[in-house]
Design a protein. Structure first.
Length: 344
C-alpha cells in the first residue's frame, strides 16, 4: 500500500486568526501577506476566505496579479524588484509598488510615462536591516526625484515603509526613529501619504507603538509563531500535516512521508501524534519514515506530523527550531507531492 501525505487546512481557523490579528493591531489595518503561494497554503482559497481583508501583501508582481484577478476591489502591494514588463502590468492592474532604490524608481517612472498612466508607489527607507531600501543619506535626493515625478503626473507617492530586524527592542526602536525622520521629510516635501507601514508579524503584535496605519502580517495569520516565541493568544495553526501508516512491524510503523515530500531528515527523533499517543520518528527516508510503534497499530492509521497540537503534535515552529530554523521553512519546504485539502 502507498499513500499520499496530506496538508489539511481550515477556513474557519484562517478567518479566526485574521480576526484575532486585526483586533490586536487595531486601529491599524491588516495587510495580509500572501507570498510564496500563501506560505504554501494555497493562494486561491486563502484570498477567498480572507474576504474581510482589504490590503494584501504579495511580495512579487506575478503574485500580485493573481490576487488582483481574485479580488478586483482590494489594494495589493508588491515590493520585490520587477522587470519592465512586470512593472507595466502592475501599473495597468492598479497594483501598489514598493520602491527602495533610485534605479527602480526611475524604471517605474519610465514605464508609467511610456504607458501614459500613473504609478502608485510606497517609498522605502533602509532603517538598518539592509533589505533593499534607500540609505538615510541618500533619502533627500530619492524623495526629490519621486516628488518631481509626482508633479509631472506619472507617479503618486501614497506610502512610506520599511522592515525591522526584530533582533531586539533596542534595534527596532532605533529603526523606528530613522523611519519617523524619513517619513517626516517625505511629508515636508509635499507627499500626502495614505499609509505608513514598518512592522511585520511579531512587532505588529507586541509593539503597538511601532505600528503604522497598516501592518504587514503573514506568518501569524496562518498560525505560524515566531522562533522562540510564545503561543499567540487567539491564533492557531491553520494547517495540519499528516501521513498514513503503510506497514506495521519490525522496528516500528512505516508512514508515507519522507524527505522528498519536504520533511527534513534532520527531524529524526521528533515526536508526532499517533492513535496510540505521542511517539518519536525513528528514521526519515526519501519516501517514508519509521515511527515508534503503538498497541493496535494498523495500516491506514493517521499520524500527525504537525498541527494545532490537539493530539500532542508539534507546530511548524517547534519543528523549525529543532533544525535551528524557523516555522516558515517547514511550511515552505512541502513539495507538490503533498496533497492539499481545504476544510471548513
Amino acid at each position: 500500500m502507498t499513500s499520499v501525505p496530506e496538508l489539511t487546512m481550515s477556513r474557519s481557523a484562517l478567518r479566526s486568526n485574521i480576526a484575532a490579528v486585526a483586533a490586536q493591531i487595531a486601529p491599524s489595518r491588516l495587510m495580509l501577506v500572501v507570498k510564496d503561494d500563501a506560505y504554501r497554503h494555497g493562494l486561491e482559497w486563502t484570498i477567498d476566505a480572507a474576504d474581510q481583508v482589504h490590503w494584501f501583501g504579495a511580495y512579487d508582481v506575478v503574485t500580485a496579479l493573481r490576487v488582483r484577478a481574485l479580488r478586483p476591489d482590494a489594494r495589493v502591494f508588491a515590493w520585490a524588484l520587477a522587470t519592465h514588463d512586470e512593472i507595466g502590468r502592475a501599473i495597468e492592474s492598479d497594483v501598489d509598488l514598493g520602491v527602495g532604490t533610485m534605479d527602480y524608481l526611475q524604471r517605474v517612472i519610465d514605464t508609467a510615462s511610456r504607458l501614459g498612466l500613473v504609478a502608485r508607489v510606497h517609498l522605502k527607507i533602509d532603517t538598518g536591516l539592509h533589505r533593499n531600501g534607500v540609505r538615510p543619506e541618500q533619502w533627500p535626493a530619492f524623495v526629490a526625484a519621486a516628488m518631481q515625478a509626482q508633479r509631472s503626473g506619472v507617479l503618486r507617492v501614497v506610502g512610506a515603509w520599511s522592515h525591522l530586524s526584530e533582533a531586539s527592542d533596542a534595534d527596532d526602536d532605533e529603526s523606528a526613529d530613522v523611519f519617523r525622520t524619513a517619513t517626516a521629510a517625505l511629508r515636508d516635501a509635499g507627499a500626502d501619504l495614505e499609509v505608513e507601514h514598518l512592522t511585520a508579524s511579531a512587532a505588529s503584535w507586541w509593539r503597538p507603538e511601532l505600528r503604522g496605519s497598516i501592518c504587514r502580517v503573514g506568518a501569524f495569520c496562518y498560525g505560524i509563531r515566531s522562533g522562540d516565541g510564545p503561543q499567540i493568544p487567539g491564533v492557531v495553526p491553520v494547517a495540519t500535516l499528516s501521513a498514513r501508516a503503510e506497514r506495521v512491524g519490525g522496528e516500528g510503523v512505516e508512514v508515507g512521508i519522507g524527505s522528498l515530500h519536504g520533511l527534513p531528515s534532520t527531524l529524526t527523533g521528533q515526536p508526532v501524534a499517533t492513535p496510540g499517543g505521542v511517539r518519536s520518528i525513528l528514521s526519515i527516508g526519501p519516501h517514508s519514515s519509521v515511527v515508534e510503534g503503538w498497541d493496535g497499530a494498523a495500516v491506514g492509521d493517521r499520524v500527525l506530523i504537525h498541527g494545532p497540537g490537539d493530539q500532542g503534535e508539534a507546530d511548524v515552529t517547534a519543528l523549525g527550531e529543532r533544525i535551528d530554523s524557523i516555522g516558515e521553512e517547514i511550511a515552505l519546504r512541502l513539495s507538490p507531492r503533498v496533497r492539499r485539502t481545504v476544510v471548513d
